[in-house]
Design a protein around this ligand. Sequence first.
Ligand SMILES: NC(=O)c1ccc[n+]([C@@H]2O[C@H](COP(=O)([O-])OP(=O)(O)OC[C@H]3O[C@@H](n4cnc5c(N)ncnc54)[C@H](O)[C@@H]3O)[C@@H](O)[C@H]2O)c1
Ligand SMILES: [Zn+2]
Length: 354
Amino acid sequence: MVIKSRFKDYKVILENNTSFIRELVGLANSEYVIDKKVYEFYKDLFSSIPQERLFLVEATEQNKIVDTALDICEKITEIPAKRNATLISIGGGIIQDITGFVANITYRGINWIFVPTTLLAACDSCIGGKTSLNYKKYKNLLGTFYPPDEIHICSQMFQTLTEKDFKSGLGEVVKFNIMAGEDGLKNIENNIDKLLKRDSETINTFVESSLNFKKGFIEVDEFDKGERIKLNFAHTFGHAIEVVTKYEIPHGTAVAIGMIMANHVSFSRNLLDENIVRRSENVLLRVIDVEENLLNQPLEEFLKAIRKDKKQVGDSLTAVLIDDYGKTSNLSIVHDLTEKEVDDALKYFMELYK
Ligand SMILES: NC(=O)c1ccc[n+]([C@@H]2O[C@H](COP(=O)([O-])OP(=O)(O)OC[C@H]3O[C@@H](n4cnc5c(N)ncnc54)[C@H](O)[C@@H]3O)[C@@H](O)[C@H]2O)c1
Ligand SMILES: [Zn+2]
């Protein structure tokens, strides 16, 4: 698959096994930034990387900061090649966000190869070119656009993910399928069992279709000015859930809960059939796995988090909602979401999840 971008066209390669890593580790003038856990799980694959070219990062939000990025930049200065240096990063969204930023700012842009090792990074974040760092209490405050030159995905690597991280990735997979309309919904209903069992072939099919779906949005609006904003379906609610639970609930799971809330708002506004709402919920509830007490926060905390979201403009609340569902679905950006609707949607989810 090739993604067209204003920077460069870049390739996504679906790999059948991990042998491609042996080729990557032999590349000249490369610096390797690898998720510490991934390094431990797949140590044998990385054994020929010289220590001086290896930088391990513990994938935590606390490490997704400019200090880590600068440490990597400094390490890259030891490679004689300068602008022809290649950064090869292997990990999930955290490693992607840090290393994309580094590849962008070092010598005003060096080569970058990314290997997503979480389902979330593979099905969603690896394309689109967003890089982000946290600053003080501000999540993803610092960021740029800079896509990798190549992305290699090997679904075998998702077998070692925890159930929590795997299901988080499934949240985004389900999102793309619900957004796609009737065929997408049917497709995910028919395959959710296989996905939950981590059947490699099924995962590959859904990673590819998710990326294809996202490609349609980012190629027409790479810089988030219009069409791409629709990919934020359910994210207004999802981000608020992440914030109030202090990121205990991972991104894709928060988005899955956000979808139930968003669809409830659409249903209350007579924009979505009850049948579609129920069918979507049945799939979503299979991938949501959270401790209920995490969500027992005062409504004011959710509203505060929604208001602080960087996508909010002005006083009214903004969200992306499904407003028509058929063979394809239609999504609209609405700016008149009320506090009562958020309250109702949250209570609705809590009742449903009990
Ligand atoms: N740039 C974007 O477009 C974009 C989009 C969505 C999310 N994000 C960011 O991505 C981050 C979340 O990323 P994520 O959900 O991919 O996970 P992650 O990078 O936070 O990793 C989750 C956990 O899985 C572990 N892990 C990674 N690969 C593994 C493997 N193959 N086997 C076993 N364990 C493995 C990690 O060590 C970590 O403990 C957040 O910081 C979020 O802000 C970025
Ligand atoms: Zn998301």
